[in-house]
Design a protein around this ligand. Structure first.
Ligand SMILES: C[S@@+](CC[C@H](N)C(=O)[O-])C[C@H]1O[C@@H](n2cnc3c(N)ncnc32)[C@H](O)[C@@H]1O
Length: 229
């Protein structure tokens, strides 16, 4: 491992806004599950997740715009989380946290109806068939999200990957979910209901895709009451 990465791993352990609980054997009793806003952030504000956040551009960008909400960036890669966590600390943001976990375990870290919004920003497309279930919009993940989301909460997806986008549309059809907004070309989309942040914040990966001339796909859907079994 490079020296720089080692330094970041050492530093991240001391960041008060980073939690790396995967080493705790009994995660069923994770202390903030169901109580993130009250016990970690010290308020009653709504909780927003960015899953597969990488360097956390949405977590930091949205937290800056919405001091009345709490934001948690989730990723498994510590050196990427370091970037968002450091930017948050430098900016003095009190409404962000970064959680280093496998997203597959999300229900162990968030209680039922605890989350008010989810952003999926350029998730890995996982093109190989055996890994399709690892896609962050696979049926197993939709099931996980609907357990932790407040009814009728929005889930946003941004991707440059047509296969992943079309796969996601099939999944939401399977669940009879009604997308609020679908765009095959976000930056040429004039939909008035579009959240400002869909265009105003760009992630690290997104910037390079856009520079290469790639089209960005966007989807917003609500996971509602009717989708809870
Ligand atoms: C293509 S990158 C996108 C990063 C960032 N959102 C961006 O747009 O720049 C995908 C990210 O998802 C993370 N990731 C993929 N699968 C994950 C999982 N199951 N649990 C946690 N993180 C995951 C990877 O570590 C990686 O940082």
């Amino acid at each position: 491992m490079g020296k720089n990465k080692l330094k970041k791993f050492a530093e991240i352990n001391s960041f008060p806004n980073v939690l790396q609980p995967d080493y705790i054997s009994d995660t069923a009793h994770f202390q903030y599950k169901g109580k993130w806003s009250k016990d970690f952030f010290g308020n009653n504000n709504p909780l927003v997740l960015e899953i597969g956040c990488g360097k956390g551009e949405y977590t930091v960008g949205l937290a800056t715009e919405h001091p009345d909400k709490n934001f948690i960036g989730i990723d498994i890669k510590g050196d990427r989380l370091w970037q968002g966590a450091k930017r948050s600390l430098d900016a003095g943001l009190k409404n962000t946290a970064f959680l280093r976990i496998q997203a597959e375990k999300i229900e162990q870290y968030f209680g039922e109806n605890e989350v008010s919004e989810i952003w999926l920003t350029f998730p890995d497309p996982q093109p190989n068939k055996p890994r399709i279930k690892k896609r962050l919009t696979s049926p197993a993940f939709i099931e996980r999200y609907r357990k932790i989301l407040v009814p009728n909460s929005p889930v946003h997806l941004k991707t440059d990957n047509k296969t992943l986008f079309e796969f996601t549309l099939q999944v939401i059809e399977k669940y009879n979910l009604k997308p609020n907004i679908i765009s095959n070309d976000l930056y040429n989309c004039n939909e008035k209901r579009l959240d400002k942040a869909a265009k105003s914040i760009q992630t690290y990966y997104e910037k390079s895709f856009v520079e290469e001339g790639a089209v960005i796909y966007y989807l917003k859907l609500s996971l509602g009451d009717e989708s809870k079994s």
